[in-house]
Design a binder for this molecule. Structure first.
Ligand code: GLV
Length: 318
């Protein structure tokens, strides 16, 4: 009787799958990685009691509470702020830490640092006038880049830019010891980093500590003409203060891949600000090819009684 029961339990474990993109690829990869586990593609969930794992980007909390045997939510995103709140089931949340996504973000950030450091906008204008004139920028070693948030993503961005000769400063909660990187911590450290950087890349997660962090006081610390690049979470930047810092100094330009409200409302003055570039939260995509096996491994870890990585930590807020 007991062995029958065990077989029944093993057979019935299932995964709720609700990715936004690449549904077919996710299904194929998870099925291959986790043979014996059933994958139910949301919204076609015919056996809610068998759902022990939910693999998703964002999801209606009321629906999530229907799965009374849910053991963990495995986000297909690095940031999990969209899954927070008392309305969500009280189960562990596992973030996605995918180096392939970090590579995409590093390429995106590198593109924009170079775009502004090497005056590409000026060349685009000159081309319209058939003008051939080189502008000599400072060498990369004299163009320090500050990175806010130095986890898997931040390190990849820092590594890409330092490989091209840019000096890297990193601001984190706890400091750090990365070779060749100047580390900063705490409110004073943040201001020091802003004062010494020609480009600042914000990759912070959204937590109670980082919400609205980049405000008028912080923008006032920027070097004249510096670039601000925001690729983590829009809620860490006060957009009205950013616009003011662009209009009355010291900021030279801003690139926003994330905004306080997404999509950025059509009424936002940032859309047609001449020194703002906006992209629609696309600096690093989640790819089923690389993320699927990482999530499957985390499900296996949970089943073996091990801790999945990286686990959302409510104390830290990410
Ligand atoms: C995207 O924004 C992510 O958090 O992965």
């Amino acid at each position: 009787m007991e062995s029958h029961r065990r077989i029944w339990l093993t057979r019935c474990v299932s995964i709720l799958l609700n990715p936004i993109w690449e549904g077919g690829a996710w299904l194929e990869i998870l099925a291959a990685e986790l043979p014996g586990m059933r994958i139910q593609v949301w919204p076609d969930i015919d056996d809610p009691d068998s759902v022990e794992f939910a693999v998703l980007w964002k999801h209606d909390p009321d629906d999530l509470r229907r799965y009374r045997n849910l053991r963990a939510i495995l986000a297909i995103t690095a940031g999990v702020d969209k899954l927070m709140g008392p309305e969500y089931p009280d189960v562990p949340i596992v973030r996605l830490s995918d180096e392939a996504m970090a590579d995409e973000m590093a390429a995106y950030a590198t593109h924009w640092v170079i775009h502004f450091h090497r005056n590409i906008d000026a060349y685009l204008d000159m081309q319209k006038d058939r003008e051939w004139r080189a502008i000599r920028p400072a060498e990369a070693y004299r163009h320090p880049v500050g990175i806010l948030g130095y986890g898997v993503m931040g390190r990849r961005v820092g590594g890409a830019l330092s490989g091209l000769g840019y000096p890297i400063g990193a601001w984190t909660r706890t400091g750090g010891k990365d070779h060749g990187v100047t580390h900063y911590r705490g409110p004073g450290g943040l201001e020091d980093l802003l004062r010494s950087s020609k480009a600042v890349i914000n990759i912070l997660p959204l937590t109670p500590e980082t919400a609205g962090l980049m405000d008028a006081g912080r923008f006032a610390c920027f070097r004249e003409g510096a670039l601000y690049l925001s690729i983590g979470r829009g809620g860490t930047t006060v957009e009205a203060d950013l616009a003011a810092a662009l209009d009355s100094g010291p900021l030279g330009a801003a690139v926003l891949d994330v905004t306080e409200t997404e999509p950025l409302p059509a009424s936002s003055p940032l859309w047609d600000h001449p020194r703002v570039r906006i992209t629609p939260h696309m600096s690093g995509f989640t790819r089923a090819r690389t993320a699927g096996p990482l999530i499957a491994e985390n499900i296996r870890r949970i089943q073996r009684g091990e801790q999945p990585l990286p686990l959302y930590d409510p104390q830290r807020g990410y």
